[in-house]
Every structure is written in structure tokens, then in C-alpha cells.
Write a protein that binds this ligand. Sequence first.
Ligand code: 5GP
Ligand code: MN
Length: 321
Amino acid sequence: MTPPLRQIAEHIRENDNFLVLSHVSPDGDALGSMLAMGELLAALGKRVTLFNESGIPHRFEWLAPKREILTQLPAEEPDTIIVLDCGGPERTGQIIKPWMEAKTVINIDHHLGNPLFGNLNWVEQRASSVGEMVGMLARALDVPLVGLLGEYVYLALISDTGDFCFNNTRPETLEMAAEILRLGLLPGPFHEQKQSTGTLSQLQMRGTVLHQARLHADGRISLIAFTRELFERTGTGPEDTEGLVNTVLYVRGVQVAISLREEKEGIKFSLRSKGSTNVQAVAARFGGGGHRNAAGGNLIMDMERAKETMVRAVTEELDRP
Ligand code: 5GP
Ligand code: MN
């Protein structure tokens, strides 16, 4: 067992009152690992509050978690804050900030360049997902990955590995998934629920964006863009962009896919790469972060400038000797 894992397991055994949070605009790993941590702590008889500044996105409402996810600070102050899937302290959002200074913070994460902002830090870049790390913690604390705990870990595993297709899928990841299936999870219905959460207008909006996809840098970069005008015209929103960036890696010869999305202020960018191309390095240049093959961040500029800026930065990374 790695030393941070052992220390965190001990800290959990010895303390009682926890607040568990994950990054703003949570994805399947952020939600899965947070909900799994909630089940794990509850199984150990601990008091636990779940917190996420953005709340639960519509596409995850099917999870119908029985434990509430707070979007405001609870009245009762916890002893310990467990921060999950946050590559940096800014990813926790604004509301929790005062408590991040005042409480014991446990930072459990798998992003490149995590600055170890907690009092206890367990950062495992090789872990497929933070959900996989919560699964390891459950084993260390002798809690089986059964029922909801198993489901939530499984959600995190499939979300961050692209259904066990990405490079971060390790033998250990598949062994954990196998353990969860052995304990009763049915993958067919679970994947079906996770995949079929959209509406016709969301599907058509995504079709429009794909139709307008463009190639750059001699076909090595594909780019898609979501504008506010398109959201308004189609009755859709930022949440409905999820995952489409992976689809544009489809084009033969493309090494990096860029997705740009107009926000109230500026542009949110998402990058995906094949092979050894490091998009985390590109995102980090603009104050963002992530992993070698999946990264993101924000640009304070308009869409046209953002296109030029990202295409140039990615081309530089591709041309690096
Ligand atoms: P996505 O493109 O799906 O939003 O995110 C891809 C990866 O990049 C995820 O691991 C996510 O945590 C990370 N990421 C996305 N946006 C940001 C950001 O603004 N800052 C940092 N540090 N990481 C980000
Ligand atoms: Mn993650």
C-alpha cells in the first residue's frame, strides 16, 4: 500500500465528520468518486456531507443519488474536507474557499501537475480515475465494492477510460471492474442508462457542430465550436457538448481534437490527443490542466481569436522535435 493511501485510511478511521467535494461542472469521475466516497464513509459509520458547487448535471439525473449533493456550505462544519478529481485548488470553485484554508484537506487526484495543495496528498497519475483510487481506499478499509459503492466506482471507471478504451486503462482498472461485476453490477443496463440521456434537439445540435468541423495543420488537428447563438437557436446548453470532442478524433490522420465553447465570459477549451502528444502541456500554457491525452481550460477572448490561439499552440506542440 502506498504511504499516502495508508495515511488517508488511518485518518478516515480516526475522524468522524467529513465533507467530500469534486470539481465544478462535474464529469462521471468527479460525481462517481464523490458519491462512492459518500457510500464508503457511510459504510464505516462516519458523518458525511457531499458538496459540488455546480450540483448534479441533467445528464446524470438518472443516478438519483439518495444522498443530497449540496451546492451551498452546510451549517455544520466538517473536520476534514476530501477533495476529489481536482488538478488544482481552483477547480473546487469559489464557495468552499474559506474552508479550504481552515480545515484539514485531503487531496485525492490523478492529474498531471497537481500542486499538492492538501494537508494529505495522494496523487496517482497512473490511476485511470479518482474512482479507481476510491476503490483502492475501500479495499484498504475492508469495505466491499458492492451495491451503490460498486456502481459509483464503475461509473468513474467507464467515464474516465472512455468505456475502457483509452490509454489509462490498466490491468488493475479492469480487475476492479471485474470485481464489481462479480459483486452483482450488470454492465448492459448500466451503460444503457448512462448513454441514453439526450433529447432530439441535443442530438441535432451535435450534428450541426459536427457538420461544421474543420481540419487544420495539414489534417493533424480537427476543430469543433459551440456558440451561444447555436445553444439559443436549438434550446440546448453547455452541458450538451459533453464528449463530442472525442468523436472528432475519428478523422484519419488527426492527432489532436480541439473543442471550443462560448461561455458567458470567454471560451472553454477541451483537447484530446492520440498517442504521445501531450495536450496537458498545451492547456497548462493557458492556466488549464488535465492529462496527456485529455485536457482543458479557459481563454478570455472571442471565438475567432480562440480558434487561432489554440490551433497555433497545438501546432507548436505537434511540431516540437
Ligand atoms: P474536459 O475537456 O472534459 O472538460 O476535461 C478534460 C480534462 O482536463 C479533465 O481531466 C479535466 O479535469 C481537465 N480540465 C478541464 N478543464 C480544466 C481547467 O479549466 N483547469 C484544469 N486545471 N483542468 C481542466
Ligand atoms: Mn478524473
